[in-house]
Design a protein around this ligand. Sequence first.
Ligand code: DAH
Length: 334
Amino acid sequence: MSLLTEIEPLKQSALAELRAAADLAGLEQARVNHIGTHGKFTSLVKQLGTLPKEERPAAGKLLNQAKTELEGALAERRTELELKAALPQDPTDFTLPGRRRTLGKLHPLTQVTEDIVRSFRKIGFVVADGPEVEDEYHCFDALNTPADHPARDTQDTFYLNTPNKTLLRTHTSSVQIRVMEKQPPPVRIIVPGRVYRRDNADATHNPTFQQIEGLYVDKGVTVGDLKGTVEFVFKEVLGSDVKIRFRPHYFSYTEPSFEIDFSSSLVKKMGKDWLEIAGCGMVHPQVFENVGYDPEVWTGWAFGFGIERIAMIRYGINDIRLFYENDLRFLRQF
Ligand code: DAH
């Protein structure tokens, strides 16, 4: 075989070896094997002098081109491997919490909200959001709440001074509608958010407070799923000794509807056996119709509860106003 015909196959096998090197040591070995002082390719270059004079320029040119290509491949693979070597060996989990915060603390309501959200995330719920300034359609009509319902009374709802009856949402249930209008089923969301009602502030009421809404829509969803989900989350947030029970109730957007009571050592401490904690039910077919879901195909449940109430039970707080006064002597305890 003449020198000229050897160049190409030798170059190809050198390139393959350089490119396949798994680490920097392997790359160095490939370099020594081929383009080092005693490498296979180098020995080819050394044979150039043995060629007849007239063949030398063409062979020299080919060898030079091949050498440039090999050196390029070497440099390229070296950069890649150096980058790889500089990365941490164990994959980094970017979802891990950061280091301890150096300044300040989260408000107790934020802590409770985050705990609740974390529990729901474990079982596949995602957080959704919607506007606090709402229209009557999303807050009431689409939720099957008739025009003469007392919730719409100006005694209960803050209306804005606009001709189209814009209002401050009285519950996070409006976000159920906004989400279903935007996406086809299945749906699995929770909605933490601020709501407004025309209550006078006292130990258990405040004109603005926070709720968490949940909505689950799929095929074949049952009350059993609802109960299991609620029980799982309340056990996580309020302790493993939590028991829950459902009592029949009425909400216009669910049928059947229930109120959820719970019992635990925390409730006993408050001198009670059961505390009412949330409303829930199976999504009313009319609500599905209103958002364009086929109620013959889709089933679902929804619930809503107040975050302040959960925080008050959890921390044994007897006055809701403490959460908003921002008295540092209060806040420092959490
Ligand atoms: N919106 C209700 C409230 O503010 C709570 C509620 C009850 C939400 C039943 C729901 C539900 O989604 O199904 O009191």
